[in-house]
Ligand binder design. Structure first.
Ligand code: IPE
Ligand code: IPE
Ligand code: MG
Ligand code: MG
Ligand code: MG
Length: 302
């Protein structure tokens, strides 16, 4: 990889690879029943930065993982992520009309299809993660099972994504203290991002000490990512974000800027990313991509 390559060019190239894999795995639009396959593809290919697959890939590469295996797992991560966005946008949750620069799934296809498209992406992710490879050995099988177990936990109700979404819906900025806010952000967003980097590391065959470091990195960038998302709702534009802005304030969401203010939130996010990068110093230049990605997560404008 040429050293002059910018993070943007790198992200774009990785995104294309992930998209090719997703295109291979998702049922074609003309597969029966058409409506659900059209809706699944619509949301997955509406756009999206593919950050979770890319984090999984780079984490796996750090430990010598096989790109093919990592890309497949990364595609499953993106399906889970897209499911979470479709459901997050539903009228009963955040009630949003725009996602990835296009009408949300329920706006485009109706609520029933949107709910089922989310369900379908979630289940296809686990089908994908457990697909049999002819050449796999006992170690690979063990890693595969561990990944499935950890991911299911990370998006569940015990400090996982669903837990965070539930508490997010049950509180308002006025009724939330900083510890509860950290619980929400860690659960709804952080746990899955952390699981994405752990997935890469586990599939790459990382030792437990390496997994501990990757976990610290993942937890810190996961929280920083949601802080940045909160900040972009205040400071970003609908044009570049491809989703509504200013909605957290209108909906009285518990966010970092609402509880800590903009400047302090930026400071906390920067500190988290610096700490995350510091954790990977032991790997020297090999960890450069993961460190660049961490900085990108809070410097992005989309
Ligand atoms: C948005 O995630 C939802 C959150 C968890 C904050 P992304 O900002 O990664 O969304 P896409 O995938 O690029 O659309
Ligand atoms: C969503 O958080 C987190 C998910 C689990 C999808 P937000 O509700 O802040 O995400 P956006 O801003 O709608 O993308
Ligand atoms: Mg939400
Ligand atoms: Mg939302
Ligand atoms: Mg948000």
């Amino acid at each position: 990889m040429p050293v002059v390559e910018t993070i943007q060019a790198y992200l774009e190239a990785q995104r294309r690879e992930v998209d090719r894999e997703l295109d291979r795995i998702l049922p074609p639009e003309d597969a029966y029943p058409l409506s659900i396959h059209r809706a699944m593809r619509y949301s997955v290919f509406a756009g999206g930065k593919r950050l979770r697959p890319i984090l999984c890939l780079e984490s796996g590469r750090l430990f010598g993982g096989d790109d093919r295996v990592l890309r497949r797992a990364g595609s499953a991560l993106e399906m889970i992520h897209t499911y979470s966005l479709i459901h997050d946008d539903l009228p009963a949750l955040d009630n949003d009309d725009l996602r990835r620069g296009k009408p949300t799934s329920h706006r485009q296809f109706g609520e029933a299809t949107a709910i089922l498209a989310g369900d379908a992406l979630l289940t296809l992710a686990f089908e994908t993660l457990t697909a049999f490879a002819a050449d796999r050995d006992a170690d690979a099988e063990h890693a595969q099972l561990r990944v499935v177990h950890e991911l299911a936990h990370a998006i569940g109700t015990r400090s996982g994504m669903v837990a965070g979404q539930v508490v997010d819906l049950e509180v308002t900025a006025e009724t939330t203290d900083p510890a509860t806010l950290d619980y929400i952000h860690g659960a709804k967003t952080g746990s899955f991002i952390c699981a994405a980097v752990r997935t890469g590391a586990i599939l790459g065959g990382a030792a437990e000490a390496d997994l501990d470091r990757i976990t610290t990195y993942g937890e810190k960038i996961g929280l920083a990512f949601q802080i940045a998302d909160d900040l972009l709702d205040v400071l970003g534009s609908k044009q570049s974000m491809g989703k509504a802005v200013g909605k957290d304030g209108r909906q009285q969401k518990a966010t970092y800027p609402a509880l800590h203010g903009v400047a302090q939130s930026q400071k906390i996010a920067t500190r988290l990313v610096d700490d995350a990068c510091e954790t990977l110093q032991v790997y020297g230049a090999r960890a450069q991509r993961l460190q660049e990605l961490a900085h990108f997560l809070i410097e992005r404008n989309h």
